[in-house]
Design a protein around this ligand. Structure first.
Ligand code: ADP
Length: 698
């Protein structure tokens, strides 16, 4: 058979090669990107042609099978998409088929529930806009009319041409930042906008987006999580009624509608989470990465374990697009890149409404407890501050960085700490609601060893809620954490309306909300934020606390930020208090990373091994570590195998090997050697499917 009758196909599988197929008679030659139906290992798949004219090598040509057919109903994958997949696969050491799998998730519909909610939301919006339009002053009428038209078109399933945002007027400081960003773009650099909360980063994003759209190019606006971005979504829609949203919880039909709009070309604005990177963009001009430090940008599992911030830069490279990263607390990785002049850092250190930063008060809980100055989780001082906050008609938000009632319990008689029999992690106590019994996950609240009562260790959000209710019996108190998902949106809305006085929650309360009436934010047990056994612990703590601080005093009035801790002299707290010190602390953190050869000074790769058989896991992970040490990588430090924090997950035991690779010319070669060694090991030991690689773990 002539060469042009063979093709290579990418399949949505963990397969590190692309099988050959032949074209049966009657099938015209195909182009790369075509979708074909094939059989592989007795199963049917829809694959993507990666090489249209292939020369089979290393296989018996006689055994190459014909494709079953061409999938003409499905869109072709573009050349730039294929290039992007390859770059991701190369960098993150994963089969390109796994990238195909995330880029084109299976087309099965996931129930019509989400879809109908979406329609319901649009209907409500339509109603609200119709009323607004009726009551609007003449000057606003046009805006509401176009928004209403956009909503109606979306309800009809039509795409709406995005309109360049109007009415964005930047302040002089913001204008200067905008000019610096544009200058960076002209030099082909990524811009890193380092601006305090409330400085108007979002306004700058919108302005840059409008300029890009005016040039006829598309914009991708990435956010860490869509659920937390409702307010932002509304704000962007005001300026760009035809904006598209994209995230993995949309129905398949909605996702493909967004993709086909993009395939038609033209200037589009997409607000999306990390998976939006895999949309079929044409003429992409700008990628905005909001809250670029956020951990949610990293996909932990399954592979490809990519970081959307880095992937955005790869995608922009392919399209010749610009990248704008923004944060109030940039990641050390990005600051390092700015120091190396790979990025241009642009500062915006003044709040738009000129409010001072929230005043910080650090309360030493050890000292307070000694003085009997605590009521449960709350210090008397904090109780007093919350009291005066409520008296002045303002709202308060309390952060407790653990979700259940108490992280762990201990028997008051024998000291026994119950652990989950399947994962060996201490169990936590969940208080029963509305008369339901307390749950110790699946246990009762008595010691299984001696029958005495169990005592909570530390305070969970439920416990904090009880203490708060005791101290403020007439206040309206609500809790926001992942234990009560589903109600979250409702709770956020009532807090926004002012129907809640005190909101208590886990990390979720620190993220992007913009509530005008919050005058006090407090961290109940800040030590937990620091307690992580991770080299990024301080960086994370600083980011979290700085973001939390940004939640109060957003509209002019400055607020109050209270930190309760057992370790008041910790550098992270000191840095927050002496605000000017932030850059000194980051310099310090960078120096520490360098001293211990941690990223960003090295590239970290985790080799994760999992197995249901613990004994086999132990011996094979030892053997793998030995082989990796001897595989010829140069300058690489290997640690392990050790038990990672997720020692037992998904019903399997886990071990981890940590590799630190120098960032030099040898990096590519080292990565290739590593991948080869792992593949050889898998084949020789028949251990395929047990090992995964995580490049730049978060
Ligand atoms: P950031 O994204 O840095 O947290 P925002 O863009 O949300 O800051 O701005 C904070 C507040 O200030 C918002 O309520 C926003 O509407 C307002 N604001 C910022 N810049 C401007 C501007 N140039 N014109 C009008 N309002 C602005």
């Amino acid at each position: 058979m002539p060469e042009e009758r063979y093709i290579q196909v990418i399949l949505p599988l963990l397969l590190d090669w692309e099988p050959y197929y032949s074209l049966p008679e009657g099938v015209e030659s195909l182009v790369a990107g075509s979708r074909v139906r094939v059989v592989f290992a007795s199963r049917h798949y829809v694959g993507v042609v990666s090489v249209a004219k292939a020369k089979p090598s290393g296989v018996d040509v006689g055994k190459v099978r014909p494709i079953e057919g061409v999938e003409t109903g499905l869109p072709c994958v573009s050349e730039s998409e294929l290039r992007f997949w390859r770059e991701i696969a190369d960098y993150y050491l994963c089969p390109v088929g796994m990238v195909y799998k995330v880029a084109y998730p299976s087309l099965k519909t996931e129930g019509e529930l989400v879809e109908s909610r979406q329609v319901e939301r649009l209907r409500k919006r339509e109603e609200a806009l119709a009323i607004k339009l009726e009551k609007a002053r003449p000057s606003n009428r046009e805006r509401y009319r176009s928004q209403l038209e956009a909503v109606r078109a979306e309800l009809r399933g039509e795409s709406v041409p995005v309109q360049a945002g109007s009415g964005i007027e930047l302040s002089p400081k913001q204008q200067r930042a905008e000019r610096e960003i544009s200058a960076a773009f002209e030099r082909g650099k990524t811009a890193l906008l380092d601006g305090v909360t409330g400085s108007g980063k979002t306004e700058i994003y919108l302005k840059m987006a409008a300029e890009c759209l005016q040039k006829g190019k598309s914009v991708l606006y990435l956010v860490p999580e869509i659920a937390l971005s409702r307010q932002l979504e509304e704000r962007i829609r005001e300026h760009f009624p035809g904006m598209l949203t994209y995230h993995s919880r949309l129905t398949a039909s909605r996702r493909s509608a967004v993709a086909s709009t993009l395939r038609k070309g033209g200037a589009n604005l997409v607000l999306g989470t990390r998976s939006a990177l895999f949309l079929p963009f044409k003429e992409l001009g700008l990628i905005i990465v909001d809250e670029e430090h956020d951990r949610s940008y990293k996909q932990d599992s399954p592979s490809p374990r990519y970081n959307a911030r880095e992937a955005a830069i790869m995608l922009a490279g392919i399209h010749g697009a610009n990248v704008l990263l923004g944060s109030a607390t940039p990641s050390l990785e990005s600051l390092y890149n700015a120091n190396k002049e790979l990025f241009v850092k642009v500062d915006l250190k003044e709040r738009f409404y000129k409010a001072d930063d929230a005043e910080i008060e650090i309360i030493d809980t050890v000292a307070e407890r000694r003085k009997k100055g605590m009521h449960g989780a709350l210090s008397f001082r904090l109780i007093k501050l919350i009291g005066s906050c409520l008296e002045s008609g303002k709202q308060a938000v309390l952060l407790r960085s653990r979700r259940s009632y108490a992280p762990a319990v201990q028997c008051t008689e024998c000291g026994y700490i119950p652990r989950c029999p399947s994962c060996n992690v201490s169990l936590s106590l969940h208080k029963g609601q509305n008369g339901a019994p307390d749950r110790l996950l699946c246990h009762s609240a008595t010691c299984e060893k001696c029958g005495a009562s169990l005592q909570p260790l530390g305070f969970g959000t439920q416990r904090v809620e009880e203490d708060v209710r005791e101290c403020f019996p007439t206040a309206r108190v609500a809790r926001l954490d992942s234990d009560s998902t589903g109600e979250d949106v409702g709770t956020i809305k009532s807090f926004e309306r002012g129907d809640i006085d005190i909101l208590i929650g886990t990390q979720i309360v620190t993220k992007g909300f913009d509530f005008g009436n919050v005058a006090l934010v407090a961290v109940i047990q800040a030590d937990n934020v620091l307690g992580l056994q991770d080299f990024r612990a301080d960086e994370r703590a600083l980011q979290l606390l700085e973001q939390f601080r940004g939640r109060c005093g957003r509209r002019g009035a400055s607020g109050q930020f209270v930190i309760q801790t057992r370790e008041p002299s910790h550098p992270v707290f000191r840095c927050l208090k002496e605000n000017d010190n932030a850059s000194a602390l980051t310099e310090n953190m960078l120096a520490e990373r360098q001293a211990f050869s941690y990223p960003p000074f090295t590239r970290l790769i985790h080799v994760d091994i999992h197995d249901s058989n613990e004994k086999r896991l132990y011996s094979l992970s030892q053997a793998l570590a030995a082989e990796l040490s001897a595989c010829g990588m140069s300058g690489v430090t290997l640690v392990g195998p050790y038990a990672p924090s997720h020692e037992f997950s998904g019903g399997e035991y886990c071990r981890q090997i940590r590799l630190m690779l120098p960032r030099n010319r040898m990096l590519r070669q080292n990565k290739a050697l590593l991948l080869d060694a792992v593949r050889r090991f898998e084949t020789a030991r028949r251990y395929t499917g047990h090992i995964s690689l995580d490049v730049d773990p978060a």
